[in-house]
Ligand binder design. Structure first.
Ligand code: ADP
Length: 355
């Protein structure tokens, strides 16, 4: 029985509903949705923790402001209750109008604040999802008209070149070049937004095989730049997501090949060390290097340090790397000396599970 008199002598007008048993209380909560529940630990049918448990939603939170009322000496249970979602507890023998009111106000306020923050988080997540879906649809739908522009420009260049003067030919070549660049941008943007909708698929991944696949994908560029690639003869098998790992290595090696100093053939070295349960991947190059000030910036979408004429690119590669690494709960960073080269590190946690 609640000591109603403790709540009556105030300026606040509470409507107080009472239940004799845990089951009755649970039914009352469902129908009346109270702002605050004063939950006695000693109930005839269930104990207070069982009631609290029944009030807990699937996401593990208790959608009510609950104050557990215990007997003297039961503080351990009371603390357990606060760990399981009760906002506060009061020892019945020590209850006064003052501490009860304060506890009720605080509990309601904190619960409301939590609910507002959860709602804001949900709104933000939903907004984010909508933006991602919009970017995906936009990128996807831009592709067809863009391919038509590029395709017809190529036809003009091939079939009508004799009818074009020098300027006309140059303009048409610029159209072809720009549409290729935009096509690449769209491809990468789609890869980036696709990551957002992906769930992790972990399995044993043979890094020797993954690196081999990447080198095959980049074979043309490796030959064209006369690059030397140094890879250990045998790399470990890690427990991870193969597609994400492949995207990470592909982007890092392809940057290492691209950002080389003019007249200096790229030298790219890949290393992998297993430390406890972590896997540390390192991709080093002897390229132009990056100033330490760009540590954060280069991992953001569309952030480039060079013009398209100097080094072609989209500014999405490292954002893909960062997103993939984040999804796996890892870290990515670089060390670099400007004018000498860079090393990109990727640390992936808890992956050293053998096949
Ligand atoms: P992109 O290469 O398409 O521009 P990235 O996101 O892969 O986009 O890279 C962002 C920027 O980081 C690049 O524009 C470049 O300035 C810099 N960068 C990335 N990798 C290297 C590297 N290995 N050496 C020097 N600069 C690099």
């Amino acid at each position: 029985m609640i000591r109603r008199y403790l709540l009556q002598d105030t300026n606040y007008h509470y409507s107080i509903l009472e239940a004799e048993t845990g089951e009755e209380g649970l039914a009352l909560c469902k129908s009346a949705k109270p702002d605050c529940i004063l939950l006695d630990y000693d109930l005839p049918d269930l104990d207070g923790l069982a009631v609290l448990n029944a009030l807990t939603s699937d996401d593990g939170t208790v959608p009510y402001a609950v104050i557990m009322l215990t007997d003297q000496g039961n503080e351990a249970i009371a603390q357990q209750a606060t760990q399981h979602g009760a906002q506060d507890y009061l020892v019945k023998g020590e209850m006064t109008a003052g501490n009860l009111l304060r506890a009720i106000h605080n509990a309601i306020e904190r619960t409301m604040m939590r609910q507002i923050m959860e709602q804001q988080h949900r709104n933000l997540a939903q907004r984010n999802q909508e933006i991602q879906a919009f970017a995906y649809a936009l990128a996807h739908d831009l592709r067809a008209p863009l391919r038509a522009i590029g395709g017809f420009a190529q036809i003009v260049e091939q079939d009508y070149r004799t009818q074009l003067d020098e300027n006309g030919l140059r303009y048409i070549q610029r159209i072809i070049q720009s549409s290729r660049q935009m096509d690449r941008l769209i491809d990468e943007l789609l890869s980036y937004t696709r990551l957002e909708h992906r769930t992790l698929r972990r399995k044993p991944v043979d890094l020797t095989y993954v690196v081999q696949q990447v080198l095959e994908q980049l074979a043309e560029r490796i030959a064209a730049t006369a690059a030397s690639i140094i890879v250990p003869t045998s790399l470990p098998v890690i427990y991870s997501d193969q597609t994400l790992i492949q995207q990470i290595i592909l982007n890092l090696v392809s940057n290492a090949l691209l950002y080389h100093r003019p007249g200096n053939a790229p030298r790219v070295e890949l290393q992998c060390i297993l430390q406890h349960q972590d896997c540390l991947l390192a991709v080093s190059d002897n390229g132009i290097g990056i100033a330490a000030a760009y540590q954060e910036r280069i991992f953001q979408v569309f952030q480039r340090l060079h013009s398209e004429d100097e080094y072609p690119g989209t500014g999405i590669g490292l954002a893909i790397v960062k997103k993939a690494v984040d999804m796996m709960g890892g870290q990515v960073w670089f060390e670099s000396i400007v004018g000498q080269g860079s090393t990109f590190y990727v640390k992936l946690p808890s992956v050293a599970e053998s096949a």
